[in-house]
Design a protein. Structure first.
Length: 273
């Protein structure tokens, strides 16, 4: 797991956490390590898919330009798409607004054996909703506990919950937003609201700090991922997921052996008829 892991409620100050890779880490080292993790992640996912004892929920949060899409692209590239569901949560539809705020999220929770990766998530209801005062303060404040209870419910039903805040600096965000304008293949992502939201940088910082502090738990930890360097961001997320899955390896293998024995007995019995 990355060093900046929050697994119990306590105050977080993002300005005290570097958005840069640690000293001594190079792109070459990171990419070499990332490549070596690919096979392991695939094998762990394959075992989980077959055993169907657990599922994984990966929550990716971050400011505009933090690299949520990039992290998904690189990390999911190491997984079998057969068992992966990527969900992006935008502005709620009319139907979604007519239900409680977790309704549209819960139905995308992963089935046993599968991954669900949320590009933004239920946390938008204590982030953008809070910053833009879309609902009364009393309502969004209550949502921290609703979210904590929701994630505890998932964990109780064997979902491995992993949450990542992709941490970039204001300077790096500006650089990335400007780069989008210069490249035809990324210009389609341009949105004037990205620049408007930059004006609320401090408000969002406070909102993210509270969201992390109030919902962190051992069964649903937050990792603040230094994301100014995309290559290091990818490594941290991949390392974290692999570290979270490794403790279940023996349990999954034992289940797969039992399934294999039952299947072998059934096949041999059929052939003997």
């Amino acid at each position: 797991m990355p060093r900046n892991v929050v697994n119990e409620p306590h105050k977080v100050r993002l300005e005290d956490i570097s958005a840069e890779p640690p000293d001594g880490m190079t792109r070459e080292k990171a990419e070499k390590r990332f490549q070596s993790l690919g096979e392991e992640l695939f094998d762990l996912q394959d075992m989980m898919f077959g055993a169907k004892l657990h599922s994984v929920l990966v929550v990716l949060q971050g400011r505009d330009g933090a690299g949520k899409d990039g992290a998904i692209k690189h990390v999911v590239g190491s997984l079998n798409p057969r068992g992966v569901n990527v969900v992006s949560f935008g502005v709620p539809s009319t139907e979604e607004r007519q239900h409680d705020f977790l309704w549209r999220v819960h139905r995308h929770a992963p089935r046993l054996g599968e991954f669900s990766i949320f590009n933004r998530s239920h946390y938008e209801d204590v982030l953008v909703v809070r910053v833009h005062e879309l609902v009364p303060k009393k309502r969004w404040k209550a949502r921290y506990q609703h979210i904590a209870d929701f994630e505890a419910l998932l964990a109780e039903h064997n979902t491995i919950v992993l949450k990542y805040f992709l941490h970039i600096t204001k300077k790096e965000q500006k650089k990335r937003l400007l780069e989008r304008e210069e490249r035809p293949e990324t210009a389609w992502k341009l949105n004037v609201n990205d620049w408007r939201e930059r004006e609320r940088w401090d408000e969002y910082t406070e909102a993210y700090e509270d969201a992390i502090a109030k919902t962190a738990a051992k069964h649903a930890p937050w990792a603040v991922v230094p994301a100014n360097a995309k290559w290091y961001r990818n490594l941290v997320v991949a390392e974290s997921i692999a570290a979270a899955l490794r403790p279940y390896r023996d349990e999954w293998l034992a289940k797969l052996k039992d399934i294999g024995k039952e299947a072998t007995t059934a096949v041999r019995s059929y052939r003997a008829e």
